[in-house]
Design a protein around this ligand. Structure first.
Ligand code: SAH
Ligand code: F3S
Length: 482
């Protein structure tokens, strides 16, 4: 579930350890990207200090929070439907309060309070520390809304509670916001300007996770390669930093090197990379450390230079191909994955063919593919007509999905006969006698449990596979086992 939007997890409600003195009940549910799931852990942590324990039973909740996604229209419709369901419960339990968090809160602001009468509180992604005050406003009958975006907030000082955790893998956020302004994307509007989190607070969160037995960390951000710490402040203000600040700045390659060196028995992943910001140094750091997983999620969105330009992606098809070449040259065993948008305004059949041929070239192991969805307020919606007919979008999307499946199968098959290193995460979906984990390249691997346990690093000889799952037999512990 490396990426961004894990369909299996959409709408999961979160449960954490209970504090005995807490008497109120919080039901918190998340949609959208991993950052939202991570933010919900921060919110639950803030509310644990306000007398709330989490519950998975909507009916008994005093406070219901939904962390929302605006990335495509469908994501917003899902949340609207959920609100209708909360409304039904509220009829039996009029004391129940409902709050909307995240990107939809930010996008719709006070409109939410007008449109959705059951919503009591609206909180944008940078205002979660204000929730205790906003709850007082609700209690006192005032309008409770805070959608102010911040230049500094990274929640670095809040220890997130780990919700629904397997105790083995965790996400640690390192940047917030995005400055890239891809013309189709709402994120720069809903999550604000890009800022990086202080390395020390990242290190101490990892130290805490290590102490508690976690074995794999995914460093999280909308654009991790753009990470830059120079004492605080926005990425775009780096030019104004002092000479001293510039000299002691930490970039993503350095951060990655730092964490991988400090915790050699812990695995590190990161998501998401933007091709325009992915520097060669990062690839060398990945190659240098066994414990940095050999997997890069490298969204491209389109294989046509003309469309990439319309999307305001800062690279051409050829530059992307050159980056892919460089990555495979430095790390031959790497797996890559893509995000693709079918049917961006003005996309022709030739542009679409360029996308398909780029996919063949890049040889992606996985992909996350979407039909273009016009988002209000974005550059594309203001300047371009959503002119590719729905059925054409659908057909192109299907061709992209089918091709990815075929390429993915070949990529999965390359592991047949190999012995791969797997971190055991959980029971396999198919059988209680089998473990499930992932190899360094992020492919799921299942095998008989023997005497191994969750959190072990084992070597697995691959004997069989389906299109996206490797099947094998454990043959011993790996060098990562401590
Ligand atoms: N940098 C982010 C990207 C977030 S959006 C990250 O952390 O992954 C995730 C993906 O959703 C994008 O890469 C893009 O492929 C898709 N997407 C974004 N806006 C979209 C839109 N308006 N229509 C269709 N797909 C979209
Ligand atoms: Fe969106 Fe582009 Fe940033 S897809 S999150 S604006 S890199």
């Amino acid at each position: 579930m490396e990426k961004v939007i894990d369909e299996n997890k959409q709408g999961t409600s979160l449960e954490l350890e209970q504090k005995e003195s807490n008497t109120k009940k919080l039901f918190i549910e998340s949609y959208g990207c991993q950052m939202n799931f991570s933010d919900s852990e921060i919110v639950a942590s803030i509310l644990a200090n306000e007398g709330y324990n989490t519950t998975q039973n909507l009916e008994e909740a005093d406070l219901v929070l939904v962390n929302t996604c605006s990335i495509r229209d469908k994501a917003e419709q899902t949340v609207r439907k959920r609100l209708e369901q909360y409304n039904r419960v509220k009829k039996h339990n009029p004391g129940m309060k409902v709050g909307v968090l995240g990107c939809m809160a930010e996008r719709l602001k006070s409109k939410f309070l007008e449109e959705e009468k059951i919503v009591d509180m609206v909180v944008g992604p940078d205002a979660y520390k204000d929730i205790p005050n906003l709850l007082k406003d609700v209690d006192e009958g005032r309008e409770a809304i805070n959608v102010i975006l911040s230049k500094e907030e990274t929640y670095g000082d809040i220890a997130p509670v780990r919700l629904n955790s397997n105790g083995v893998t965790a996400f640690v956020s390192i940047t917030r916001g995005c400055d890239n302004m891809c013309t189709f994307c709402v994120v720069p509007f809903t999550r604000g300007r890009e800022r990086s989190r202080e390395p020390q607070s990242i290190m101490s969160e990892i130290a805490d996770l290590w102490e508690r037995g976690f074995k794999e960390i995914t460093l999280l951000g909308q654009n991790v390669d753009s990470y830059l710490w120079y004492g605080g402040g926005l990425k775009k203000d780096f030019v104004k930093a002092t000479e001293m600040e510039k000299a002691t700045a930490v970039d993503f390659a350095q951060l990655l090197d730092m964490v991988a060196t400090a915790y050699p028995k812990m695995r590190f992943r990161f998501s998401t990379s933007n091709p325009q910001d992915m520097h060669e140094e990062v690839i060398h750091v990945m190659a240098k450390h066994h414990n940095i997983c050999k997997y890069i999620h490298l969204p491209v969105q389109s294989g046509s230079t003309r469309i990439l330009k319309e999307m305001n992606r800062q690279h051409t098809r050829e530059e992307y191909m050159a980056l892919v070449d460089k990555i495979y040259a430095i790390i031959p065993e790497i797996s890559l994955s893509q995000d693709m948008i079918a049917g961006f305004p003005t996309e022709t059949e030739q542009d679409h063919q360029d996308t398909l041929s780029l996919m063949e070239y890049a040889n992606y192991d996985f992909g996350f593919m979407f039909a273009y969805s016009e988002r209000p307020g974005t550059m594309a919606s203001r300047k371009m007509e959503d002119d590719v007919p729905e059925e054409v979008k659908k057909r192109r999307l299907q061709e992209i999905v089918d091709l990815q499946r075929a390429i993915g199968l070949k990529r999965t098959q390359r592991f047949l006969g190999q012995t791969v290193e797997v971190l055991i995460e959980k029971d396999s979906k198919r059988s209680e006698t089998q473990w499930s984990g992932r190899n360094s390249q992020n492919t799921v691997v299942v095998f008989e449990k023997q005497n191994y346990k969750v959190g072990d690093f084992v070597l697995v000889k691959i004997t069989d596979c389906t299109s996206a799952t490797l099947i094998g037999e454990a043959v011993g512990y790996s060098e990562m086992q401590s």
